[in-house]
Ligand binder design. Structure first.
Ligand SMILES: [Zn+2]
Ligand SMILES: [Zn+2]
Length: 106
């Protein structure tokens, strides 16, 4: 039996295996499934907070400063990325030498 938006009306919590009535909660990123409110509060939310904490600050390998990196897809801080981009753009030598680095900056 499926409710609105294709979500099940009843399902088993992917953590405690209890029957949940209603749409429940998305258990990502703790687990690929759905869970009850209790497990959402005790497992899923702490996992999300933990992950958020991890992605917020990254150490720039260039200037060694910590910078905010919410998407967790940046290797260098904004300043160093801009600086390195200018060097790479200016020189063909660096363009070839830092091909990999250039890909990381993009
Ligand atoms: Zn549960
Ligand atoms: Zn930097």
């Amino acid at each position: 039996m499926r409710g609105i938006k294709g979500l099940p009306k009843r399902f088993l919590c992917c953590f405690c295996k209890k029957t949940v009535t209603g749409p429940g909660n998305n258990a990502m990123p703790a687990k690929d499934g759905r869970c009850c409110n209790k497990c959402n509060l005790s497992i899923v939310i702490p996992t999300r907070l933990e992950q958020a904490r991890k992605v917020i600050y990254t150490k720039c390998p260039c200037c060694r400063r910590r910078f905010k990196d919410v998407m967790n897809n940046r290797k260098f801080c904004g300043e160093c990325a801009d600086y390195l981009r200018t060097i790479i753009a200016k020189s063909n030598y660096y363009k070839n030498k830092f091909k990999k680095l250039k890909q990381e900056l993009e």
